[in-house]
Design a protein around this ligand. Structure first.
Ligand code: ADP
Length: 303
């Protein structure tokens, strides 16, 4: 089994002919809600590939919270260790999309921001037989670091997606991480130089390794992925697909990567699985609905 300790959000999406200016009221023409949050997305990515997956985090005691728990369960993620917090609303992202595709997004972390030591204790209760702990940066950094320490002590692999991009993450975090998986923007923020091709990605990976992570994987969108460990450095090109929506491609990548490692595949094969899951996710709209099932995934790899 694998555990994701991270964010759970509801996206509230409105479609509008154009974005409003300050003070303006507009008539939009569409509205929908969609479950998301990097933590929840990565949990769903693995569960859909058939890996027993536990989500640990918080939702609010509200309609969004109930709906988020139900969605996770529908995708096969265990929510037994998700706390319903009576003191906060569920995390939400208010997203306005104009017809041109331009958007404005306001994220209100709500219950995600209240994740703390108590949640790390709850998390530690399910460490037995866990293969990996997946972390991102949408819950407080203090909780992320504590969780990484606890997992390290329990001998569980720590996979950190340093997203959303953040300039200063404390140096103490790197030695606790087995695999770090920034995209280009996140890698550039962490290392302080532009990352936009395999060469600069490998340089960034080297810097991150010097800081103490065992394996650094830099996701380069439609280009592919670079990976560096103590023993090897390699580039895996992206699978050629017709991308329609790259939302959560990075989360799908992490899901595919960890699914392969959990099933005993080599790191190189795991990066290929990640790239395949990421590519498939770009061919369909949305976050969770675009993650491949195991059947879709196997078929894609065969073709
Ligand atoms: P993020 O969503 O975190 O920004 P990326 O955009 O780098 O992450 O996507 C993660 C991975 O998904 C990429 O490394 C690549 O393997 C795959 N991927 C992303 N976009 C495409 C695309 N347009 N075509 C094929 N594969 C893609």
């Amino acid at each position: 089994k694998v555990i994701v300790f991270g964010s759970i959000n509801m996206d509230l999406v409105v479609k509008t002919p154009r974005l409003p200016i300050p003070g303006e009221t507009l008539l939009g023409h569409d509205f929908f809600t969609a479950p998301g949050g990097k933590g929840a997305n990565q949990a769903v990515a693995m569960a859909k590939l058939g890996i027993p997956t536990y989500m640990v985090g918080r939702v609010g005691k509200d309609a969004e919270g109930n709906s988020l728990l139900a969605s996770l369960q529908t995708y096969g993620v265990s929510t037994d260790y998700v706390l319903t917090d009576t003191e906060a609303h569920s995390g939400v992202a208010i997203i306005a999309v104009e017809d041109s595709g331009q958007n404005n997004i306001i994220v209100v972390p709500g219950a995600n921001r209240r994740v703390n030591t108590e949640d790390v204790e709850r998390l530690s209760n399910i460490f037995d037989n866990a293969a990996a702990l997946l972390l991102q940066l949408e819950i407080p950094l203090s909780a992320v670091i504590l969780a990484a320490k606890a997992a390290r002590n329990a001998g569980i692999s720590v996979i950190l997606d340093p997203a959303p991009a953040q300039k200063d993450i404390p140096d103490e975090i790197y030695p606790l991480v087995d695999i770090i998986t920034p995209n280009e923007i996140e890698a550039a923020q962490l290392v302080g130089f532009p990352v936009n091709n395999p060469e600069t990605a490998l340089e960034a990976a080297a810097v991150l390794r010097q800081r103490g992570v065992k394996t650094a994987i830099v996701k380069l969108g439609a280009l592919g992925v670079c990976c560096a460990t103590e023993d090897e450095s390699f580039f895996v090109p992206a699978f050629p697909v017709e991308a329609v929506d790259t939302t959560a491609a990075g989360d799908a990548f992490n899901g595919g990567l960890v699914a392969a490692l959990t099933e005993g595949h080599s790191l190189r094969q795991a990066v290929v699985w990640g790239a395949a899951a990421g590519a498939i996710a770009t061919t369909l709209p949305g976050a969770m609905p675009s993650m491949p099932s195991r059947d879709t995934f196997n078929q894609f790899l065969k073709d």
